[in-house]
Design a protein around this ligand. Structure first.
Ligand SMILES: [Zn+2]
Length: 105
């Protein structure tokens, strides 16, 4: 963990080619804490993912099921703006109930 002073909260920091995301701001000590993250500056759309993953920092939003079907939100970890739509897939459970009559010849 890296400790920095006098920076606004929310976003990334790169130091010597290494990326960090802001993770905590201590108002009392006027201190911003950051933790290492793999920042993807050229983030692309993630399609048909079972997890709501931030294309910028890779953080997974475990509360994504609370979101509406589509819209805009932000990453709770790095603060990046995100646009999304939920894709619903349908699966079936099939139980045998009654077989059609069988005629034996
Ligand atoms: Zn993120």
């Amino acid at each position: 963990m890296v400790v920095l002073k006098d920076l606004d909260f929310g976003g990334f920091i790169t130091i010597n080619g290494h990326s960090y995301r802001h993770c905590m701001y201590n108002i009392e000590k006027n201190m911003l804490c950051a933790e290492p993250v793999k920042l993807n500056k050229k983030a692309e759309e993630i399609e048909y993912s079972s997890k709501f993953k931030c294309p910028f920092c890779g953080s997974v939003n475990h509360d994504a099921w609370e979101l509406s079907d589509e819209g805009e939100t932000y990453c709770g970890s790095c603060g990046s703006d995100l646009e999304y739509e939920s894709v619903v897939t349908v699966e079936y459970n099939i139980r045998p109930k009654k077989c059609s009559p069988i005629t034996q010849m």
